[in-house]
Design a protein around this ligand. Structure first.
Ligand SMILES: [Zn+2]
Ligand SMILES: [Zn+2]
Length: 565
């Protein structure tokens, strides 16, 4: 159920009746407000809870909904102050202590509100004013669930009850084991409840939401005494539009594919993430799966990210079942598609798997050989992550960061004539527009943080079944690279700062942003970096050759081999 329908249902349950009366003639500017908002204003102004609101009407007879604090003259220059006093009295009536801060205003606005539901002035969506929408904290926790995958779309804002219901529909009973940890806050101990949906929804509705947990946000922020009802006109759904730039970043980051950062893959990640976000758009939700199944579908990278294929703005539509069946395997159709994409000029394989891909891509003639190439690429990836960690251990953080394609973040992208053809995304042109530096820097810092964190997690996990290729020839090349890199003073290009920040578990986002600004872009990299990359490229080529020579090895042909990706 969508949030919107969910909220409507609540409204009906509360027998909310908007009044229709002829007292109200709304000011001209309200004409463009959604009908729901205009009805809501009428309802509030007539409601007993707002009785005796000072200066309720303008001279024209219109409702005086807003009383800004900056009026210096005119009949209503004191309205703001008068209403502040009205709210103070209201607080006292309701037994709420009026103190220095704003907490009493939030509290009073909420307690006084007759329905606790309010439409948004921009989109008309009716939302719950109580703390009931999953915020960034909770979304992050959900995304960290071991079984969470990108086929589960987290909408923002989504009511917690609807979100828990959808998690249950998607992942079944196992969510009950995780709910206590998901919902826990420093002030709320989650109880041991029966593992069933009704019990949990009941507890969340009756206990958790009223406790105003830090995992949830209210549908609208209070704005006493500026607005008649004590709330901002826009709800959190449109906060980014009303309050430009503030939460746009947060919303967009939900669309990023973390795995592209974790596996250090190439590709225009900003374009790919943007496209991924667009696919989640309602317009494409009905699109059937590649194998003809009904949607909603997930955006599948045709070449798996986890094997080192690029994060490119091209996806095929797979339903959830087909997506989990694919499970990072390579199919013949995938390989054929990727070869064709290369033929027209796309870069499909990242720098660390291109050599191996090039050596063996033409040997793929059936499902078995496609799968076999996938297994080789998987071991190749293990080897590369090990190599990257070796470079980390020598402290070359800035150098490594130049492998992350950070400069893609300098542009916003637009797709000209985006459409779906044969279950694959298509567009005529990719248009780019330079972005504000602040947003670009935030995106870059995030990519750097996630990428280095993933590397350190990668070693911690100690992959079973991994085959890592190493040889004297490889080590010689890497040593050459170190020799070249060691000549760059560690204080240059923010390397010391990055090394310090990224060695910590949870680096300060602000300091990281400053350090990231010092990372050279593709056109101003020092010669040492370029030379070191050539050495590393040689090492990659040697490794690729060794894997390629194992094409007929038992390890890769044996059918019982299980994927542990
Ligand atoms: Zn809205
Ligand atoms: Zn399917």
């Amino acid at each position: 159920m969508s949030t919107r329908r969910f909220s409507r249902a609540l409204v009906v349950n509360r027998n909310l009746q908007f009044l229709n009366n002829d007292l109200m003639v709304m000011a001209k500017e309200t004409k463009k407000h959604p009908k729901a908002f205009i009805e809501y204003m009428k309802f509030i102004v007539m409601h007993d809870n707002f009785k005796d609101m000072p200066d309720a009407y303008c001279n024209s007879g219109d409702v005086q909904w807003a009383t800004p604090s900056n009026r210096s003259s005119g009949k209503f220059k004191d309205s703001h102050r008068k209403r502040e006093i009205w709210w103070q009295k209201k607080a006292m009536q309701l037994g709420i202590e009026v103190d220095e801060g704003n907490a009493w205003k939030n509290r009073t606005a909420k307690v006084n509100h007759p329905t606790k539901m309010k439409p948004c002035v921009i989109c008309g969506k009716i939302m719950d004013l109580r703390y009931s929408y999953a915020n960034k904290n909770l979304i992050r926790r959900i995304q960290n669930l071991s079984y969470f995958d990108k086929s589960f779309t987290i909408e923002y804002p989504e009511h917690i009850l609807s979100l828990i219901k959808r998690l249950f529909e998607m992942y079944g009973n196992r969510i009950f084991e995780d709910l206590p940890a998901l919902l826990k806050t420093s002030s709320i101990e989650t109880p041991l409840l029966e593992p069933n949906l009704e019990t949990w929804l009941d507890w969340i509705g009756k206990k958790y939401i009223p406790a105003e947990p830090s995992m949830l946000s209210p549908g609208a922020m209070s704005n006493v005494p500026d607005r008649f009802d004590g709330f901002h006109n826009y709800n959190i759904c449109c906060r980014s539009k009303a309050d430009k730039g503030r939460s746009k970043e947060n919303l967009q980051s939900y669309n990023t594919d973390r795995r592209a950062f974790e596996y250090w893959v190439d590709g225009d990640w900003v374009a790919a993430d943007t496209l991924m976000g667009l696919i989640r758009n309602k317009k494409f939700q009905e699109e059937p799966c590649l194998n003809g199944h009904r949607g909603p579908c997930t955006a599948d990278h045709i070449g798996p990210i986890s094997l080192g294929f690029s994060h490119r703005p091209e996806f095929q539509f797979l339903c959830r079942e087909c997506n989990s069946a694919k499970n990072n395997r390579m199919f013949l159709s995938d390989v054929v598609h990727l070869r064709n994409a290369e033929y027209i000029g796309d870069t499909v394989a990242s720098w660390y798997c291109k050599a191996l891909w090039d050596l063996r891509k033409d040997y793929v003639v059936d499902e078995e050989t496609a799968h076999r190439l996938g297994k080789l690429l998987r071991d190749n990836r293990h080897t590369m992550m090990t190599m990257l960690n070796l470079i980390v251990s020598r402290g070359h953080f800035t150098f490594l960061s130049t492998l992350l394609g950070l400069s893609y973040a300098d542009y916003d992208v637009y797709f000209d004539n985006l459409r779906i053809e044969a279950h694959i995304t298509r567009f005529d042109r990719l248009l780019k527009k330079r972005r504000v530096t602040k947003y670009a820097t935030e995106q870059k810092a995030r990519r750097v943080r996630v990428a280095f964190q993933a590397l350190s997690d990668y070693t911690d996990k100690g992959k079973r079944n991994a085959l890592v290729i190493s040889s004297d020839a490889v080590m010689r090349k890497i040593d050459n690279a170190f020799e070249i890199l060691d000549q760059v003073p560690p204080t240059l290009y923010g390397n010391s700062e990055l090394a310090f920040l990224l060695s910590k578990g949870n680096p300060s986002e602000e300091k990281l942003r400053l350090a990231v600004k010092l990372i050279p872009g593709p056109t101003d990299e020092p010669k040492n970096y370029i030379d070191a990359k050539l050495q590393i490229k040689d090492a990659v080529a040697i490794i690729a050759k060794k894997f390629s020579d194992m094409w007929t090895d038992d390890r890769y042909i044996r059918p019982s081999f299980t994927d542990d990706i």
